[in-house]
Write a protein that binds this ligand. Sequence first.
Ligand code: DGJ
Length: 731
Amino acid sequence: MAIRICSQKEIITFWLETDHSLYQMQVDGYGLLHHLWYGEKTDCEMQYLLDYPDVGFSGNLYEAENQRTYSLDTRPQEYACAGVGDYRIPAVSAVHADGSNALDLRYVNHTIRKGKYRISGLPAMYAEDDAAETLEIRLKDTASDVEVTLKDGVLPALDMITRCAEIHNQGETDVILTRAASFCLDIPYGSSWEWMHFHGRHTMERQVERMPLLHGIQESSSRRGASSHQQNPTLLLCQPDCTETSGVCIGAALVYSGSFQTQVELDQLGQVRVVMGIHPDLFRWTLHAGETFATPEAMLSYSGTGMETLSHNFHRAMRDHICRGKYQHIERPVLINNWEATYFDFNAEKILHIAEEAARLGVDMLVLDDGWFGKRNSDVSGLGDWVVNEKKLQGGLGSLVDKIRAMGMRFGIWFEPEMVSEDSDLYRTHPEWAIQIPGRQPNRGRYQLLLDMTNPDVVEYLYDAMCKILRCADISYVKWDMNRSICDWYTSTLPAARQGEMAHRYMLGLYSLLERLTSEFPDVLFEGCSGGGGRFDAGMLYYCPQIWCSDDTDAYERTKIQYGTSFFYPISAVGSHVSIVPNHQTGRVTPLESRAVTAMAGSFGYELDLNHLSETEKEEVRKQIAQFKAFGSLIHNGKYYRLTNPMTDKAAIWSFVTQDASEVLVQGMQFRTEPNMVRYVVRLRGLSSEKQYRLEGTEQVYSGAALMYGGVLLPRSWGDYTPVSMHFVEA
Ligand code: DGJ
């Protein structure tokens, strides 16, 4: 049993146990739901760690009478409310019919059931009924009929706990929600913490930043209508001595792709509060009598053995319990994408020429990127007109796809469904479908406007238009792009008082379209994209098992982007391609093999015209494809280890180890070569000390203990950005 309850009179303690963690909450005599513990498994009720200080200017609960030590401002809570004397970040805030803004939630009852809850219309973790349990705790406001159901999914073998909240208006009058976070985690037990988050910009996503917590609030968020390149909806809290392989850390990932806010507060007593969920600045939701609002889900995991274990927990959970569909576990096709090879300048002949060489070298699929539809010869026009441009693709899509199929390859195609160009037939027919505030000029991003995904007519149009294309030819893959941030929030589908619902309703519209299309075309592999990795989150992974990681294809920069991405997201989710040098984003020249090993730490492909390579390079490409196919399962289903930190070290080295530790592939690149170079030693991890391993291509055999405690010497390098690839197999 993953969920246990102990009650003594009105004190109820909830034990949520996974294989290696314990989450504990307790209802006290006032009905307040306290947070007690999230950490190592103990057999103790951890309430003994709670302190009840008498803190000036932290007022007291009325019922506590003269008890000056009972303050909502100091109590660790499970879903903190605004307006009643807790001055820290609230998880929920509601305005009542009389204009007051207060909630004081107290315990009503709870239920436990087998299996993991689902959230209607939103992505969430899923599991077999015998692999999860759900706890629902019902809380009620002391003065109104607002109720909250906190839902916890406990997935013991995955060391995962999920949390979402449902807010119900059981009264007769409207209630306006101005904040409804997915979870609130209070950490009262006095140790110091650091936080790690993942920031960046277009072509430079998920750079790692780790800092001590400062008193007050620190935040990582997006107001862009998408989870964004700038911040990622994930967070790692760790104790200062936490490393990859030791120490305490807690990770949280939001299963949501829209605007979000993660706040971490270090309060006056040194307690930590984390609140994560929909960004409240873009959220104002009216709950009519009888209505319920469901928040997105957050995934939580704890590790007492460093960040590596935490990453393994998230990788497994995302790969096996967020991603879905036919491609979830099977090998992904090696693809060639024409974007960096041609940009908009192509016709059928050019594409077929690229395809022919790719087929000859063993590539599985050709992906036709932006520019195949409408009047789309540059990025100023055509979006929304999902009709094949026969001037470019003489003979239509069917004929092109047939020819590519005849070469033994499959075919994939690019869409950017949520967008419209002003110079398009769609905009000329339906200007009212574009997001725009009446009386204001809209903001343009990459010359384009957004379609109002809250409008069911828009969603219906996109569904029909995309189905038509996907049915007109043998199409096996869709790249779903999204190339701008969202502002000018206004929709004609909602009255003035409800415009604050639009940002979340946009996401609901998007998710409904993704759900319909992925169910209608179960054999099609959907890859997410947003100018690279601007919407790289667990929400999108629910529909798309892989996401184009970044528009930066420079192998050196990619090692850092992929390093940051790897803290939460599995390798199979990372779309990664070999491109031409000098690189189109940085002008950097890196060896072909280094580009390949970097791209292999993902869902592998090429993004160049292979006809331009020399015969020797083509031979190398043929070998790379064979190598990726040979190692595909190890790379995608093995355990991933970050062996160096490319942000600070001289090399980016990582490894993949089979679950039974019988095989390890060590790959990466050494950044610079120095004269009289001292060779770099990297210690491997995750092997068995007792096993013997042979380095492939040699007769050398090493014990697991030697490889882990002594390490391996990286090859002596010549030139910069030199590749590393070593395969050890149990001897
Ligand atoms: C942004 C994507 O990330 C690129 O790979 C490419 O598809 C372009 N959009 C096309 O406009």
